[in-house]
Design a protein around this ligand. Sequence first.
Ligand code: GLU
Length: 304
Amino acid sequence: MVYENVVTKIYESLKQETGKGRVAQYIPALSKIDPNQYSISVCDLEGGTFSIGDTDKRFTIQSISKVFTLAMASKHLGDKLWDSVGREPSGTSFNSLIQLEQERGIPRNPFINAGALVVTDKLMSLYNKPKKAILEFVRENCGDQDIYYNNEVAKSELEFSYRNVALANFMKSFGTVEHNIETIIDIYCNQCSISMNTLTLAKSFLFLANGGVNPATEQRVVKSRTAKRMNALMLTCGLYNESGDFAYRVGLPGKSGVGGGIVAVLPGKLSIAVWSPELNVNGNSYRGIDTLEQFTTEIGISVF
Ligand code: GLU
């Protein structure tokens, strides 16, 4: 694969770059993860793939799941979704409560926790078995039926989901969400616990590099304009209050999760996933961002 040399070089140069952050502490099951693990996978639209590092290890995708649920909800609801959630960067942390009150219970975007909870609430109206539907959607997109929820992480997050429960209750008081809070939180914690390796993660995002069509199955996942819009949202909101800096340094639409994964898309060409569990103060994998910055610098291509 044409990116093999570049990715190997980046991997070697950043392999020792650890100790500058901490693995997520607020979900007990995540705090036990070995911080030194590191893997990178690239998939292109011609079917080429290249992976290096701890590629057989799975990690929980956490907030990256928000892209899958957004795709599912957008497919059914189209622009109606935007009555309940905005499309602006939040400039606040992923689980912030403060903006919600000022903005009358409408979250700034679907990639902060409040916005994702709204999307999960919508999926509960659209699917009889939303948990099963989410898993099937992810499996279909990466072509791997062996993708599961990590029950231990889901349970651990559920036990400590005080903030997410607060966000959901607060939105319910404004009528932004309609279903039972406990069930919304249960589905949300499970979607965050979906476990993938960098290869399956990169594969599952290829439809966003390919105008909404899964290149492996040639099935349309979302409309091409939905794919464009989802990429725009990832570029502007995908890394919480570090989205501007990520766009500046990397120049690709991307989405991070507190499990240490980041996935990015180069429309018309490829997807790339990185996993390195130590996070910076914004809850993003700092080595993941460094990797992606070096990648677009070395290949000399970004969306700009
Ligand atoms: N499960 C995490 C939470 O709700 C997801 C946050 C993230 O990945 O940024 O707090």
